[in-house]
Design a protein around this ligand. Structure first.
Ligand code: 5GP
Ligand code: ZN
Length: 114
């Protein structure tokens, strides 16, 4: 989709540090990491948010979670635990209107910290 930041990253028009790529999914490092490991996992096809997942496009979401599981083992944070977040809409903090899953690891995520 024109003027979508993550579509431009998918197209290679904006550079990113990729950690995984296949025909339908791309994972890359967040430019402003909120944890020692902060990866964004996105469908290559434009879906606006988790509120726009339907029976027609949900297969890629299942695949994204397979990729997240694979990455958590490959990057070594499966054992310690990690957080998966998808913000939906501006009020929830979504700033890029292309479905994405934040994968955060490498620090205590509990509050107050344990
Ligand atoms: P949201 O706020 O929509 O849930 O998450 C968008 C995320 O995209 C933010 O964590 C932000 O740091 C990240 N981001 C914004 N622009 C870029 C960019 O050009 N490259 C990368 N790698 N991440 C970006
Ligand atoms: Zn897009």
């Amino acid at each position: 989709m024109q003027d979508c930041l993550f579509c431009k990253i998918v197209a290679g028009e904006i550079p990113s540090t990729k950690v995984y790529e296949d025909d339908s999914v791309l994972a890359f490092r967040d430019i402003d990491p909120q944890a020692p490991e902060h990866i964004l996992v996105i469908p290559k096809a434009h879906i606006q948010s988790a509120a726009c997942v339907t029976a027609e496009n949900s297969a890629v979401v299942a695949h994204i979670f397979e990729v997240i599981s694979e990455l958590s083992c490959k990057l070594g944070f499966a054992e310690e635990g990690f957080r998966v977040v998808s913000n939906v809409g501006a009020r929830a903090g979504q700033t890029v209107p292309h479905l994405h899953f934040h994968v955060l690891a490498g620090r205590d995520m509990t509050w107050p910290p344990g």
